[in-house]
Design a binder for this molecule. Structure first.
Ligand code: SF4
Length: 300
């Protein structure tokens, strides 16, 4: 792995862009983030890693989509974690109160079998780590998800996020143009994934005026006993802009979108995470695929 760039703010999010296989076609990005409200990686540390070169799903709002060049190997994924940890040699990851490794940067993690190997490695690398898988639940990956269910039990905590994004089937297929599991499958798998007394499964929605999201339709399949709803304003990516989508312009706009939709879900008994984030993260390009895209454009 060759680190090509390392940008951002140490107290917020730093984005690494790396070249693999000594070939500029194989670039990935990964993130070393610190919660600014906590300000100490020993208390809360989030490392976000890539699992594919580009992404075959090609979501309408994501800069990581397109230019798909295949899966990262076990070593290419684990080295992202090792690189970030090594950048903070004074911190023992095992002593961190809350270290999350999110498989949520470039790529759909369930399309890569090496992700399961990395999870098995992670439990030895840092037994207290909290893995987080964000997935659109691609169709045909039942065996991968069955294996994930077993691996989950190796960790004291595990976060599964289902990228629902829209409750309108036609729009959902347009937004995430890749074959996906059914609503029934997602609801059943999520119920099974949720361990009693532990973290519920997260249903992710990226909010924008053109994306239909109905709390009532969500409630038809998902039981608030097993699922929590996470609402995030649509990030301002180049791809979203090219596709005529409407990211939040400013913090007030973002808060308003999220709060209005949160009301609907709260009324139906869901717990809601309102995830506005730090608007500066948008300026430093911390959204999926932005850093690689920027570097590619600069080198053209
Ligand atoms: S949002 Fe996730 S699944 Fe969709 S294109 Fe981006 S990386 Fe792929």
């Amino acid at each position: 792995m060759e680190i090509l760039s390392h940008t951002g703010r140490p107290d917020l999010a730093q984005i690494f862009v790396a070249k693999m296989r000594d070939n500029a076609d194989f670039m990935v990005e990964f993130v070393d983030a610190c919660d600014p409200t906590v300000g100490d990686r020993r208390r809360k540390w989030v490392i976000v890693i890539s699992t594919q070169f580009g992404c075959p799903v090609k979501c309408l709002m994501c800069d990581a989509g397109g230019a798909f060049k295949g899966n990262l190997t076990f070593q290419e994924i684990s080295s992202q974690v090792e690189t970030v940890v090594a950048a903070h040699g004074d911190i023992d990851p095992g002593q961190c109160d809350k270290l999350k490794i999110q498989f949520a940067r470039m790529g759909e993690p369930s399309l890569n079998d090496a992700v399961l190997e990395v999870l098995a490695w992670l439990k030895d690398f840092c037994p207290t780590v909290i893995p987080c898988i964000a997935t659109i639940t691609p169709a045909g990956r039942e065996a991968w998800f069955a294996e994930l269910l077993k691996i989950r039990d190796c960790f004291r905590d595990f976060q599964l996020q289902l990228s629902v994004n829209s409750t309108d089937d036609a729009y959902r297929d347009k937004l995430m143009p890749y074959p996906k599991m059914s609503w029934e499958w997602m609801a059943e798998y999520g119920r099974e994934f949720h361990r009693k007394g532990q973290r519920t499964v997260c249903l992710n929605f990226a909010l924008s005026p053109e994306i239909p999201v109905s709390a009532a339709a969500t409630r038809e399949y998902f039981d608030p006993e097993h699922f929590v709803v996470k609402l995030t304003p649509l990030n301002p990516t180049t791809t979203a802009e090219e596709n005529g989508m409407s990211p939040a312009d400013n913090r007030a706009d973002a808060e308003c979108r999220v709060a209005c939709k949160a009301e609907e879900f709260l009324r139906l008994g869901f717990s809601v995470i309102e995830s506005i984030g730090d608007m500066e993260e948008n300026l430093i390009g911390s959204n999926c695929g932005q850093a690689v895209r920027k570097l590619r454009l600069a080198s053209w």
